[in-house]
Design a protein around this ligand. Sequence first.
Ligand code: NAD
Length: 362
Amino acid sequence: MKHKITLIPGDGIGPEITEATVKVIEATGVDISWDTVNAGAEVYEKEGTVLPQRVIDSLQNHRVGIKGPITTPVGTGFRSVNVAMRKMFNLYACLRPCKSYPGVRSRYKDIDLIVVRENTEDLYAGIEFEKGKKETIDLIDFIKNKKDEEIRKDSGISIKPISVKGTEKIVRFAFEYARENNRKKVTGVHKANIMKYSDGLFLDTFRKIAKEYDDIESEDRIVDNMCMQLVQKPELYDVLVLPNLYGDIISDLAAGLVGGLGVAPGGNIGKDIALFEPTHGSAPKYKGKNKVNPTAMMLSGVLMLKYIGEKGCADLLESAIASNIKEGKYVTYDFKKDRNDPTAVGTKEYADAIINKINKIK
Ligand code: NAD
């Protein structure tokens, strides 16, 4: 086999959309052998851990994985398996393309945005101080002593670290992506006017790195203005690069511009390991119903195929998905004007329709 890939079906609707995705990827003719391992709530019930060592070993060995969504169980040591894996493998870049496919219901058309979100720093670093704890009171006293700034004693505090090294890596990632994919412009997004030492550092570093890429246009936007601009004139933007929190929010906004979570793929990418996954969650209420839309995971498969150098198969799969959505006949309920439309097909039948398209295009 040419490629060995870690496959994590996840839970909730994860296994159904994973099965549909594997079928369409294999139909492209790509030579992949899957190492299927699972993580998440259902594994926790049997084994007492949400992230077994064999999952870690598999991704460490094969360097590339694709996963279904995983429910975040309440009351265990991990905040979330997803966040844990991103941290463990230093998957510092979250790549979220948001593209209009004719046939998807949306207020906009012809959108083709790439959101590059920093995945490890910022308010998501998980450094938090709980209200009332001694360490929190100590920190409040320390800030009073050092900065002469008063923080109310009944505050909770979350720390926002943004480093030069982390920012250089994510900004370079965005410019390299732009170069490799014939993109014209990278926009750095921040709130440097208010947070001078975290977002200010992000902006300074962005400007410094942008100079190394003089073949690509660069500009910056303040995040609140960016939100308005994206809603008013999204066609002006191309690749966006953002710190973690703004990246999280703007990537959902951008997904909304192109029709929502059902068509929003993602990749978490590190120095030499990458894990692809849909943006949406495990939608537990639809579990096992053969009802949900597997497109976001299939498009994550397109990103994965490109990443492993199988551009021909990636383009074939994307064209088949686009053609099936445009035709609008064999699509899941959420693509229909009326969600109760009885002509909507299930997850499996949707995958079969895409396989038919692949075979026709081939
Ligand atoms: P969700 O994305 O699962 O669901 C949000 C809404 O979108 C629901 O109405 C759902 O039914 C619908 N939906 C989601 N995916 C769909 C699809 N493919 N086709 C059709 N409809 C779809 O978000 P949630 O309800 O907030 O989260 C459920 C669980 O998923 C939580 O435990 C959360 O922690 C987890 N989660 C996991 C990931 C991940 O694994 N990366 C991401 C987000 C949420």
